[in-house]
Ligand binder design. Structure first.
Ligand code: ARG
Length: 457
């Protein structure tokens, strides 16, 4: 039985049926589709468009279809194209002709827009709690390693010492912006499209406010053409997901570097590492690599939806059915990445001796030496030049800065005195005592602020 081919004498080609069907992937919209239909039926009855009795039969039928789907008892049919027609056909099968009244004052165009919005709102709630879990894991790791010092890098060259907690809290900030972005996307998803019909609105005295209230929306769409053509909220989710994955991927890259023998800054828990099929010694950071790798597909999904939408005339076009698979994939990928990465962070061990040693080696305190000369009256640019020559000399001599004699220092500037030896990693950290700096006191404050934010959300 097909409700979609009334005007045709021929059945659709089998390949066409398969090619055009969305049921293999849009079946997961069923809870939203059913919730939307129940609200719609109640509204139709309230407005006297169908009788209360009819609405009762329809809503009970829909509720039992939901159970059937949950118990895996419904055999979805590709010839019915999508989840909307599959549910409607099953309803008519169950309750008879009265089921055919459900689609009064409605089109699949506003129906699918509604389902997608309901799905997105729930997905955002889920994403936000995943982001929060991840931020909590960052806080935990920062807190258990509060005094751990490491080299900070620019160009992947040792730059200045920082606290590991400071480094980790940088990611907390990134995820904070991600949280803001998803909350913002939530505002624009929270718009109720039913009543737009196929394109122009519907020719019945419906109550859109009632529908919005029943379905938990705070706003109504204001233009029927826009409402059935708009997938901005999907694009926005995928853009926000891409940025969040970019953040996870950058940390993944650092985890991969840090767990290498060359860095040796961290030890991954065995539950979060994998072995090699040929090299028995290997302990591979596959989880981090896959987070980095999966970022590519989330970007790809964003590019796909942007490209799908760019050439579409108003209003609904079937191309828009392509909004789903990539979107569902991005929601799933981000959820799983946040989940598994949080677990990896919660279980990894920091090798504080190694990060500390790395932070003390080389010429990482050169900026502090220049600052020392500035405090004694030298202009910064001149001080920079003096220290640059001093470093070049020390490199040639094969000495670290703390091993240079005072006379050697003095040969570069008379301003150097005995107190030059009080420049240490600790003094370097403590000196960066402004808001956002790595001084232990500031990091402590940042940590309690982060905890407060997490507990307030
Ligand atoms: N399966 C369709 C989609 O996902 C539902 C809307 C179909 N509307 C239509 N006029 N064919 O976009």
């Amino acid at each position: 039985m097909s409700y979609l081919r009334g005007r045709f004498k021929k059945a659709a080609d089998k390949a066409v049926t398969e090619y055009t069907a969305s049921i293999p992937f849009d079946w997961r919209l069923y809870p939203y589709d059913i919730a939307g239909s129940i609200a719609h039926a109640r509204m139709l009855a309230k407005q006297g468009i169908i009788s209360n009795k009819e609405a009762e039969i329809i809503t009970q039928g829909l509720a039992s279809i939901k159970e059937e789907i949950e118990q895996d008892k419904v055999q979805f049919k590709p010839e019915l194209e999508d989840i909307h027609m599959n549910i409607e056909a099953r309803l008519i099968e169950k309750v008879g002709e009265v089921g055919g009244k459900l689609h009064t004052a409605r089109s699949r165009n506003d129906q699918v827009a509604l389902d997608m919005r309901l799905f997105t709102k729930e997905a955002i709630g889920d994403t936000l709690s995943g982001l929060k879990k991840f931020q909590q894991a960052l806080i935990n790791l920062a807190e258990t390693n509060k005094n751990v010092v490491m080299p900070g890098y620019t160009h992947l060259q040792r730059a200045q010492p920082v606290l590991l907690a400071h480094h980790l809290l940088a990611y907390f900030e990134m995820l904070r912006r991600d949280t803001d972005r998803f909350n913002d996307c939530l505002k624009r998803s929270d718009v109720m499209p039913l009543g737009s019909g196929a394109i122009a609105g519907v020719a019945y005295d419906i109550d859109r406010e009632f529908l919005a209230k029943e379905l938990g929306f705070s706003q109504l769409s204001r233009n029927s053409l826009d409402a059935v053509s708009d997938r901005d909220f999907v694009v926005e989710y995928e853009a926000a997901a891409s940025i969040a994955m970019m953040h996870l991927s950058r940390l993944a890259e650092e985890i991969i570097l840090w767990s290498s023998a060359e860095f040796d800054f961290i030890e991954l828990d065995e539950a979060y590492a994998t072995g090699s099929s040929i090299m028995p010694q290997k302990k591979n950071p596959d989880v981090a690599e896959l987070v980095r790798g999966k970022t590519g597909r989330v970007y790809g999904n964003l590019m796909a939806i942007l490209t799908t939408m760019k050439g579409l005339p108003l209003s609904y076009n079937r191309d828009m059915q392509e909004d789903k698979e990539g979107f569902f994939d991005s929601v799933n990928t981000l959820r799983a990445s946040l989940e598994v990465f949080s677990g990896m962070l919660n279980s990894l061990r920091v090798k504080a001796e190694n990060t500390g040693r790395a932070a003390r080696q080389g010429y990482i305190l050169a900026t502090d030496l220049a600052d020392y000369l500035v405090k004694k009256g030298e202009a910064f640019r001149t001080a920079h030049d003096i220290v640059a020559r001093l470093v070049s000399y020390a490199v040639k001599e094969g000495k670290s800065l703390d091993k240079l004699k005072l006379a050697e220092y003095k040969s570069f500037s008379p301003l150097f005195g005995e107190d030059v030896y009080s420049i240490t990693v600790e003094s370097s950290l403590a000196a960066r005592n402004n808001i956002g700096g790595t001084a232990p006191q500031r990091v402590e404050e940042a940590l309690s602020r982060a905890k407060k934010i997490i507990n307030a959300d």
